[in-house]
Design a protein around this ligand. Structure first.
Ligand SMILES: CCCCC/C=C\C/C=C\C/C=C\C/C=C\CCCC(=O)SCCNC(=O)CCNC(=O)[C@H](O)C(C)(C)COP(=O)(O)OP(=O)(O)OC[C@H]1O[C@@H](n2cnc3c(N)ncnc32)[C@H](O)[C@@H]1OP(=O)(O)O
Length: 314
């Protein structure tokens, strides 16, 4: 990783958005750790129409354009990546929000646990939003997608499908009880109905319906999982739009996505303060990273998969 500092004074032609200091056609400001052009796509190349994004060199750089030797200084050269070439600066900030929030909430819970509206499980935002968290995430994702001029929607659909699949397997169904319940039962958890503990055949939902108590095992925080999982998905889908600062970023669609991200962050903080043990929240967060790691870290580094999923922003 090297510096991207440039002088702007004598540069004839500049890219309209993003890094104003980089001239079109100039040699790359630094050599990416992974220099393969097609592995450093910036922007939702297959998703966003360049004009709509207000940027020819920005969010909608085609992989073909990037591969072209005639245009060496593409957007892919403009984003310095950190930590083993995984994060851009924006991605690192976004990524850090969630572990910091879990730790902050847990720290507050140690100092004091004030009784507030959000300490109740029955609060409106929990019941209506988080408990239907994947539904709201889907709706907001659709709102984000409908304004993009999508030339090849299969990548977008596959990213959504994989993310939904991981949510489904972890929280809803995994050939029977979902993974989070299997982990709970596998670590010695039981559903205690009255004074009769039962070790098998339970799901957390079934236990609740039987008015039982879900006790004993490692009860991974589903909220911590869902809120991290959904937020990272939405962030990574919307970051290319935000970082270009084009017209798309100012649209109401973007604001709706940001509003849900804010709510998800707040509810994670509340989970951090009021619910679960620290370890249960940390494991929830870790589980929430799995499909993010697959889609936005592993897939972009495998050319075939990258083309299949057309991952944005990486
Ligand atoms: C033009 C091109 C377009 C391209 C489009 C691309 C793709 C779209 C394609 C197709 C889409 C088509 C149409 C779209 C329309 C609709 C589709 C939607 C599909 C769906 O998507 S349909 C599913 C909806 N379904 C959900 O979305 C359920 C989400 N839900 C869960 O997955 C779980 O629910 C989870 C993970 C939340 C765990 O749940 P959990 O609650 O059981 O467990 P956890 O360990 O977290 O909590 C223990 C106790 O602590 C309390 N607690 C903790 N933190 C708290 C806090 N902060 N505040 C208050 N209480 C808190 C809890 O309330 C609980 O309390 P208690 O046990 O008493 O309930």
């Amino acid at each position: 990783m090297t510096s991207t500092a440039h002088s702007t004074s004598s540069l004839p032609q500049q890219q309209p958005y993003s890094d104003q200091s980089i001239p079109v056609g100039a040699p790359p400001p630094y050599t990416a750790v992974d220099p393969t052009p097609e592995e450093t796509t910036i922007g939702t190349s297959d998703d966003i129409d360049p004009e709509l994004a207000g940027n020819q060199a920005g969010s909608a750089v085609d992989s073909e354009t990037q591969s072209s030797p005639a245009m060496p200084a593409t957007q892919s050269n403009l984003h310095q990546r950190y930590l083993f070439n995984i994060f851009s600066f924006e991605e690192a900030v976004v990524f850090a929000i969630y572990p910091i929030t879990v730790c902050l909430g847990s720290l507050v819970s140690v100092i004091s646990q004030p009784d507030t509206y959000f300490s109740s499980k029955r609060n409106f935002f929990n019941v209506i939003f988080v408990k239907n968290g994947w539904f709201w995430t889907t709706i907001v994702f659709l709102i984000h997608c409908v304004r993009l001029r999508i030339s090849r929607p299969q990548g977008l659909l596959m990213r959504y499908a994989i993310t939904t699949l991981w949510w489904y397997l972890f929280t809803q169904w995994f050939f029977g009880a979902p993974l989070m319940d299997r982990i709970f039962l596998g670590t010695g958890g039981t559903c205690q109905v009255g004074d009769r503990p039962s070790h098998s055949g339970w799901t957390s939902v079934g236990c609740r319906h039987a008015a039982g108590e879900w006790t004993g095992g490692h009860d991974i925080s589903g909220h911590s999982f869902l809120l991290t999982h959904a937020s990272l998905f939405l962030w990574y889908e919307i970051l290319p739009v935000l970082t270009e600062r084009g017209p798309l970023a100012r649209q109401i669609n973007t604001k709706i996505v940001m509003a849900l991200l804010l709510l998800w962050w707040w509810m994670l903080l509340m989970t951090g303060i009021y619910f679960h043990s620290f370890l249960e929240k940390v494991t929830g967060w870790i589980m929430g990273l799995i499909s993010w790691a697959m889609l936005y870290v592993v897939v972009p580094r495998v050319p075939l998969l990258k083309r299949l999923f057309s991952v944005p922003g990486v």
